[in-house]
Design a protein around this ligand. Structure first.
Ligand SMILES: C[S@@+](CC[C@H](N)C(=O)[O-])C[C@H]1O[C@@H](n2cnc3c(N)ncnc32)[C@H](O)[C@@H]1O
Length: 363
């Protein structure tokens, strides 16, 4: 079975890196083909595991917006041999050939009570969208004796056209855009400026390969944004902060989202000695203006934090951290014998680029 994933195009590397981390972490075996930025083909998923697979992806991924099951794939050139480049699908012969092809599919295998058809183009392919949607809708209606329901269809057929390929798919999952909106820091009962946006927080948790039941630590927990996202995918949580107001605020926020498997400490990270070592660390250490460094300079904070965390994380545990581009993190990683696994840059504004680094302690 094959899936087609529509991803966020807001960042060049993070959505794909997040997907790869979750596939590996959840033992989902699949070949990945990047069709174009924002469109990923997952090949050869095992039939018996496939529903479970896409449900896991839907539950975990922050940067994947839609998960579609592929019904069939066509080369656009097959519809009109004279066309090589500059596909103009409003061409009559071209559309007729497509329609004839869509008629060969047994739609009763896919459509439940009612349906909708939508077309999405990538790479600015020129397509007569409305005409194709209507024609395909007509075919399905006739073949299945069902009705069109554009508001809340039980079956959502999606035609994806990219470069020279056409994917005929049925939607299995669409991210509720409201989810990460509703999770935004100012909607939580305890708010303090400088909290990370929930989408990035979830992405970072995924990059740290956190599994359900894993023990995850954020030693600069602030208002608890990262811990909330780790908790929502089933991790056990440890949070700490040098500021007791933050520690208490995190407690209020975790309870607000129904998260109860946590321990919180009012603690300077440099003095941390946990009884149980954690599986992963995901954190946004203080830097810049809005986050308090308690008078310490950036370099010292990062050095001392990474030195301390090495004693509190399991062997091969993954740490995902945000840092400002002004900091020479590599120097610190070398001195403390950390390995850099991957890195992503996020431009926040003119004077700040955030660097997301995924690291692990060398033996
Ligand atoms: C950037 S904020 C963390 C934001 C957090 N990710 C959130 O979503 O709210 C950094 C936090 O580090 C805390 N902090 C600063 N120095 C610390 C230290 N030495 N040990 C522990 N926490 C510290 C600050 O009190 C602040 O709450």
């Amino acid at each position: 079975m094959d899936l087609l994933l529509i991803q966020s195009q807001e960042h060049d590397t993070l959505p794909l890196a997040e997907l790869k981390a979750v596939l590996e972490n959840e033992n989902i075996n699949s070949e990945i083909e990047v069709i174009t930025n924002g469109l990923i083909h997952l090949k050869n998923l095992k039939k018996e595991e496939y529903v479970n697979n896409y449900q896991i992806l839907a539950r975990r991924l922050a940067y994947t917006h839609e998960i579609l099951e592929i019904i069939t794939i066509r080369d656009l050139e097959d519809y009109n041999n004279s066309l090589k480049e500059n596909i103009e699908t409003s061409n009559e012969e071209y559309i007729e050939n497509m329609i004839e092809d869509f008629n060969t599919i047994d739609w009763n295998n896919y459509i439940e009570d009612n349906f909708a058809v939508r077309l999405k183009r990538f790479n600015k392919v020129s397509v007569d969208t409305v005409r194709l949607e209507r024609k395909l809708g007509g075919i399905i209606k006739l073949a299945t004796n069902t009705i069109v329901n554009l508001d809340a269809p039980t079956s959502f057929i999606k035609l994806i056209i990219s470069k020279n390929k056409l994917f005929l798919t049925i939607r299995r999952f669409k991210l509720n855009k409201k989810h990460f909106q509703e999770m935004k820091p100012h909607k939580r009962p305890f708010f303090y400026p400088g909290s990370m946006n929930p989408k990035l927080a979830r992405g970072m948790v995924n990059l740290s390969k956190v599994k359900e039941g894993d023990l995850v630590l954020d030693p600069f927990c602030g208002t608890g944004g990262i811990l909330i996202e780790a908790g929502l995918i089933g991790a056990k949580l440890i949070g700490s902060d040098i500021n007791w107001k933050m520690k208490n605020g995190t407690c209020i926020n975790l309870e607000h989202y129904g998260l109860t498997d946590y321990k919180l400490y009012h603690l300077d990270v440099r003095e941390m000695k946990l009884i149980d070592k954690v599986d992963a660390v995901v954190t946004d250490p203080p830097y810049g203006i809005s986050s308090s460094t308690c008078g310490e300079n950036n370099e010292n904070i990062f050095y001392q934090f990474l030195d301390s965390i090495a004693k509190n994380i399991k062997k091969n545990g993954i740490i995902t951290i945000a840092s400002p581009d002004s900091l020479n993190l590599d120097k610190i990683l070398n001195e403390l014998n950390y390995e850099l696994i991957e890195r992503h840059e996020i431009k926040m504004h003119k004077s700040l680029t955030r660097i997301i680094s995924v690291i692990s302690k060398r033996d």
